[in-house]
Design a protein. Sequence first.
Length: 280
Amino acid sequence: MSTPLLLQALAVLGAAAPAAAGGLALRRRRCRAEHGAREEELLAKIAELTEERDELARTASCDPLTGVWNYRHLQLTLDREIERARRAEATAIDPRPLSVLLVEVAGFDAVVAEHGRTRANAMLRDLAQRLAMEIRGCDTLGRYGGEEFLALLPDTGPEGAAQVAERLCWSVRRHRLTDRHPGESADPGERSGLTASVGLAVLPRDGAHAALLLRAADRALAAARAAGGDCWRSTERLPAELTGPSAAPVPGKVSSGPGGAPLTPHATTVGPGPTGDRPQ
């Protein structure tokens, strides 16, 4: 090829190179924009799926009627707290007691007969929410079945659990009728007529795993029920017919408050003291 033709070809190629480079840069920018939009779309979808997953997990763990934790969540939490207490006990440095309160609410049959099932369900939901407010944020309260609730109190010994049990009895006793019909007058002193029986069990005193602990709490609940209700009982000393001939009954019913004074709602909601018992 002659020199003029070669120079002419190089001139053509040199003129086309900037155009080709500009087209390539434009294509790259378009690809980056498309990839950025796709990435944002994927991140938004991931956030949506995460939110739906959390909502499903919450729905699967909550009782639909009362809004508190359900039986499945209670079992998982109890197993987790027992395992944590076992690890702490194995270290022998910082023992972590665990108390269980089995609460049975009596009187709903009369409410259903007088006000109907819908109103009784609304009252049960309101009562469950009030009971949940009587425990600490680190505690767990859920519906165990029917009109029974289970409270799990980590880092709480027998004395602290007794305070909580008495406060739950007081809260149920003082509960008022809710969900009134339009135009129905409210009596400030009117009560729902509900009472609570509470059975108290403590790890490791009453059992080393969930089944034994719940069985002990159920025995204590039976003792409270046999005493007439509106009280709590511990497994430490139960009536002879529940444990054996050497057992002695737990004296007395629940008082209106510690030392005979009226209890105040949410009066003891702070964390445990150095011994694992709730402070006075």
